[in-house]
Design a protein around this ligand. Sequence first.
Ligand code: H79
Length: 424
Amino acid sequence: MNTGGQQGNNDRMSWWRKARFGMFIHWGLYAVPAGVWQGRHIEGIGEWIMNWARIPVAEYERFARQFNPVQYNAAEWVQLAKDAGMKYLVITAKHHDGFAMFNSPSSDYDITDATPYGRDPMVDLVAECRKAGIVPCFYYSQTLDWHDPDGAGNTWDYPDEDAKDFEAYLERKVIPQLTELLTQYGPIGLIWFDCPGKISREQSQRLRDLVISLQPDCLVSGRIGNDIGDYGSLRDNEHPEGPIQGFWETPCTLNDTWGYKTYDENWKSEDDLINLLVNCASKGVNYLLNVGPTAEGVIPEPSIERLRKVGTWLQHNGEAIYGSEASPYPFDFEWGKMTQRENVLYLHVTKRQCVSVRLTGLRNQVRSARILGPGQTPVECTERHDAESDRHCIELTLPAEASDRYVTVVALELDGHPDVSPSA
Ligand code: H79
């Protein structure tokens, strides 16, 4: 786990905290081999194929000549994020393979110079994000770079890690490219640094200072290293199990890879995805969910289907997710999870068999109880208070006909801010 230092303050973090749900996009040259090298299925995550298969730089570079995403349509990708109910979008500008998926004037190893496509996909993507009200953000691998002789990690072409001049790599490649990313596209929500590895505190600080000098409101992910990010990242695909303080996000996959692989069909169900999103929100954690488009520029259909279903659920239940805060209780419930906002508690009934929901330890009076969704169906609510033991207990009976097929959310409007004593 990477605490990231939690440098963010409430003003800086405001849009990000409200957003709660974002789209990650891993798109790069690794989508060309798509998990297959020399006729063999290469194990591991797709964007790591250069590393796992020990593909020499000179051979990996050839994928650029095959990268021609003629079906890429930025408006469709952004519409999908919107349909899914996602509020920000983080795309790989440069992953560990070192290839810039944007127009990088400081490098020839970029999409405009090295591919037949010859254009900068980020221009349209950022423009479409702005039209849709989605915050555009860039992923940038600052330490690992398997293409640069002085970047970290490529021990098959450049075996002597100690001989590498990491400082020279930062100055020659990282600083110019970050400058490009933060000056060519207008306001960017955040830079998603990853895998800090050997970067020193002074070097991390220099990158943070650079980002903020170019765009004062731009956030920096915790994986910039040395605890100077604005927020923390859980481990890849890690989900919070209990209360967690501060600003957190968890980066997650829809199947078992980030970059596209032709044969990874291990898709999570929409039911799982909605439950994972609800769990994140109940702990105050942002859920950053990945798609891995093909080298033609197409997001795989199973990803689209699932994201649309999550989006439909959010259309009815988004009130309980966006702008919500973590549950005031330090534990989950036998019937599900909770979020809160102002004077409202949201009870996410994830166990479909629970038609009767019990809540103890809530000292407020309930003004109203309704199921989120088209009918706003009222829910019968009995409140009991035992004066002697000062125990509070609320019981709700869910009308079967108003239940959501995934997670039913009950909004309990209270007479004031939730006043909870979990043990009572
Ligand atoms: O971009 C995605 C991943 O490629 C990236 N983070 C997400 C968001 C990531 N980079 N590194 N890691 C995650 C950790 C990877 C560790 C491993 Fe390995 C890669 C385990 C197996 C392959 C490196 C090589 C460590 C052990 C062998």
